[in-house]
Ligand binder design. Structure first.
Ligand code: ZN
Ligand code: ZN
Length: 362
């Protein structure tokens, strides 16, 4: 085997260490809670049953969402975003960046693209040889372009992006519930430990550590979880929170925001009964995303315009001349059922700037 191949195999193996660490902690917490606490320490049958039922519910949901986050493959750009063979050859032969950009521009003319590089160029990944769809980024750890990439998470040894972002949020939520439940129910036995009311056995040390570990994880997960909830509400990825996506008219951190409830629906879907289950209900295909640009992108042939949006609202204020929700196929179906929300969004002040921010809370 070539040394680089061996090195890559080692790297891949080492990348599983954080996941194995979490798995071991979870296995120990299961043993400590079920066997040492519920079976050996708690005397009341009623308390045992209630604790075990709730514990197992949160445990199952936690493990389910964790596994889905780990084992869901990141989604990659589809074939349409690859250059044709002749274009690729031309691109590789060409040394002048301007000429390369012309080739990319031609290839991208039929693609639904709104974002550009900071310099206004078509975003292209030389490594994957693909035109990057909006919100797609190259992950050096996975060595691939990932749709709506959020970040590469070592704790799940996977890229968090379009295909598993909902699972990741649920993983954070259920791990928080799991740790909170353990900390809350262990607290009284933790106090008994310090007042020497627990029988002298190894169980008391498991109880002590259970409380410490659960409380420690609670604190660290809580901040991450609230941050991601905030991101979902704003329809931003972690990458976009640090660097605003650049549209034809310049960077706009709210470029993909559609208002609070629509932003939530983008990740969790519009059927509330599936929101808490780690099953895929995110909207769209990960390649195109609805945007709210005041002026329709003139170079976007497929842009879906909404003639009804040119009308004045009931206050008589003239609305933006053309409001594009991008060419997302999904929104075609979506905008009819969400007309009310769309009208609400239009009631927000029209600014002189290039884009309207349609955050409900702003
Ligand atoms: Zn790439
Ligand atoms: Zn990655």
């Amino acid at each position: 085997m070539a040394p680089t191949h061996v090195l890559r195999c080692c790297q891949r193996g080492l990348a599983w260490i954080p996941v194995i660490f979490i798995a071991l902690v979870v296995c120990w917490s299961y043993y400590a809670y079920v066997v040492e606490l519920c079976i050996f320490t708690i005397l009341s049958i009623g308390e045992k049953v209630v604790y075990l039922v709730v514990f197992h519910l949160s445990f199952i949901m936690f493990v389910w969402s964790y596994c889905k986050t780990i084992f869901t493959k990141p989604a990659n750009p589809s074939k349409e975003f690859c250059l044709a063979k002749s274009e690729k050859e031309q691109y590789e032969k060409e040394e002048r960046p301007e000429a390369q950009q012309e080739i990319l521009k031609r290839a991208a003319s039929s693609l639904p693209l709104y974002t550009r590089t900071g310099a206004g160029a078509i975003r292209y990944c030389d490594r994957c040889q693909v035109i990057k769809p909006d919100r797609c980024h190259h992950c050096s750890a996975c060595d691939m372009c990932v749709l709506k990439m959020d970040h590469h998470c070592p704790w799940v040894n996977n890229c968090v992006g379009f295909s598993n972002y909902k699972y990741f949020i649920l993983f954070l939520a259920y791990s928080l519930v799991y740790c909170l439940f353990i900390a809350a129910t262990v607290l009284q036995y933790f106090i008994k430990f310090w007042t020497n009311d627990l029988p002298d056995s190894q169980a008391k040390f498991h109880v002590l550590f259970l409380f410490f570990v659960a409380a420690m994880f609670c604190i660290s997960i809580l901040s991450l979880f609230t941050y991601h909830l905030w991101l979902v509400g704003k329809n931003r990825s972690t990458i976009e929170a640090f660097r605003a996506p650049v549209f034809r008219n310049g960077p706009d951190k709210n470029g993909f925001s559609l208002g609070f409830s629509k932003n939530i629906a983008q990740v969790f879907g519009d059927q509330k009964k599936y929101w808490l289950l780690p099953v895929f209900t995110s909207q769209g295909d990960g390649l195109t995303f609805p945007t709210r640009l005041v002026n329709a992108d003139p170079e976007q042939p497929a842009a879906v315009l909404h003639p009804e949006l040119n009308k004045s609202d009931e206050d008589g204020a003239v609305q933006p001349s053309a409001l594009s929700e991008s060419q997302n196929r999904l929104l075609d179906n979506d905008h009819h059922s969400n007309d009310d929300q769309l009208t609400d969004a239009l009631k927000f002040e029209e600014s002189e700037t290039i884009t309207i921010s349609v955050e409900n809370e702003s």
